[in-house]
Design a protein around this ligand. Structure first.
Ligand SMILES: Cc1ncc(COP(=O)(O)O)c(C=O)c1O
Length: 471
């Protein structure tokens, strides 16, 4: 008995020496290790760092929470038991989001662009940002501006790679999302100290914010007047007109063009969706004011970053004045984040993100079309194919939103019918169109989109004579 105990003790000792030798050698030999056991690049890098390791570990710990694949935990989320809690997708609940809530409504409302979230998870390393506690504490950059020159040059590079806008000879301004820039543009284009305010117009159906913002800020220099068609043949129109042109349009995805032209007409081109995820790029935009946003390019709506390309110096100065008085420019932290994200895109000429976005949107449109193809009750907008200079082919547009029409005479309020079938979206009147239409978002998370298709399938299956083929 005593002999066998002694043997076991010796064996343990030998094992312990071998294990210690293995790990000791790995530490000593460094990142290449012994027996091909390598340090990952993260481990190797973190070992040489001083103050950022703990922050990186915290960020990774929050990101590592799987939330059953139906939610996400964020560093700044509510903390329970020392960890940020899971924030679940619409139809999931429970502490780890594993609980499916079968009676919930599919959320196809709003414009949250979470369809790009899987892309950023695949690019976790290249897109992460570490921010030092003392990062850019000043009001301004060292050149006394509030704009990062590096970010400006990445934006110019991006447009030239994608071919969706000419930036040569244009000024660039940053805004807290395109939302802020849209009103800065209205301010800059409105006459000052004139007894005749400008009329702001947008073709129906239009993005509701144009009217809401113009009316809310209630400037003496500009008032919202609805659809431009009423001014098209009015040769004796006095005063300036500011036309919002949205291409592709929210809600219906059409590549709108300006309706009004003439010396008293000024145009604001909103190109939030002019990216290969959503449309072919027939030619680069070369307009007096063109507004873009990362919200629908990278999907980071929460970072609040947009930019405007402006031809005329005086308009640039007036917009800049608005932005300085309003927020003193865009948060430097946001500019840093935007820079990092753009670098990921620009690095491979946008190939990966645009292929991902285009593929995701194409699959979603295919599923939606298939689901509604058996329906006589609901129809979808038709947007003609366009030549895409970026993908070098003609392609069908894959708009961010479905503009659904309820075809039955008695279905006058389409969103009510969808709501009753547990589908959330926006009614046509929100876009100043007929309530026979409703907008459904196709750019939300995979969970939201799957739920939308499931709810639509059961709605359509209740139509007389419909046989559903399972997708
Ligand atoms: C046409 C259009 N313009 C502007 C915006 C606002 O975007 P941002 O997040 O940049 O303020 C949206 C948002 O949905 C939009 O659809």
């Amino acid at each position: 008995m005593a002999r066998s105990e002694g043997l076991i003790c010796k064996l343990c000792l030998v094992c312990s020496v071998i294990v210690n030798l293995f790990f000791g050698l790995n530490l000593y030999v460094g990142r290449h290790g012994v027996w091909g056991w390598k340090w990952s690049s993260d481990e190797a890098n973190v070992r040489g760092l001083s103050w950022s390791g703990k922050a990186a570990a915290e960020a990774e710990s929050a990101a590592a929470q799987e939330c059953s694949g139906h939610g996400r935990a964020y560093l700044d989320g509510v903390v329970v038991d020392g960890r940020p809690v899971c924030e679940c997708s619409t139809c999931y609940g429970g502490p780890d989001c594993s609980l499916f809530l079968p009676s919930c409504s599919a959320n196809a409302d709003g414009g949250d662009p979470l369809f790009l979230e899987p892309f950023w998870k695949q690019h976790a390393e290249s897109s992460a940002v570490v921010v030092a506690g003392w990062h850019r504490m000043s009001y301004s950059f060292s050149d006394e501006t509030t704009l990062s020159k590096e970010l400006e040059s990445q934006l110019r590079r991006l447009h030239s790679l994608v071919g969706n806008a000419i930036t040569d000879g244009k000024y660039i301004l940053f805004g807290a999302g395109s939302t802020q820039l849209l009103n800065a543009a209205v301010h800059a284009l409105s006459p000052h100290n004139s007894s005749l305010p400008a009329k702001a117009v947008a073709s129906i159906p239009y993005y509701a914010l144009y009217q809401a913002q113009t009316e809310f800020f209630d400037s003496a220099d500009c008032s919202f007047q609805g659809d431009p068609a009423q001014w098209k043949n009015a040769t004796n129109t006095t005063g300036d007109i500011i036309e919002f042109v949205t291409a592709p349009n929210n809600p219906n995805g059409h590549l709108n063009e300006a309706v009004l032209h003439g010396p008293n007409v000024k145009t604001i081109h909103d190109r939030a969706y002019y990216w290969p995820h959503f449309t072919g790029i027939p030619s680069p935009a070369d307009e007096d004011i063109t507004i873009f946003t990362i919200s629908k390019l990278t999907g980071h709506a929460g970072s609040r970053f947009g930019w405007a390309l402006i031809r005329n110096e005086e308009v640039f100065q007036r917009m800049n004045m608005y932005l300085q008085l309003n927020t003193m420019g865009v948060s430097r932290d946001t500019q840093l984040r935007a820079l990092k994200l753009l670098k990921v895109i620009v690095e491979d000429g946008g190939r990966e993100i645009f292929e991902f976005g285009y593929k995701t949107m194409t699959k979603r449109w295919d599923r939606l079309r298939k689901t509604l193809s058996v329906s006589n009750r609901f129809s979808l907008q038709k947007v003609p194919p366009v030549n895409c200079t970026y993908f070098q082919k003609a392609r069908d547009p894959t708009p961010a939103y479905a503009w659904v029409k309820c075809e039955r005479e008695e279905d006058r309020n389409c969103i009510e019918i969808l709501n009753a079938a547990k589908i959330l979206g926006r009614g046509g009147s929100v876009f100043h169109d007929d309530d026979r239409y409703a907008r459904l978002s196709l750019i939300r998370s995979n969970d939201d989109f799957d739920m939308l298709i499931s709810r639509l399938e059961s709605l359509v299956s209740r139509e007389d004579g419909v046989k559903i083929m399972q997708s």
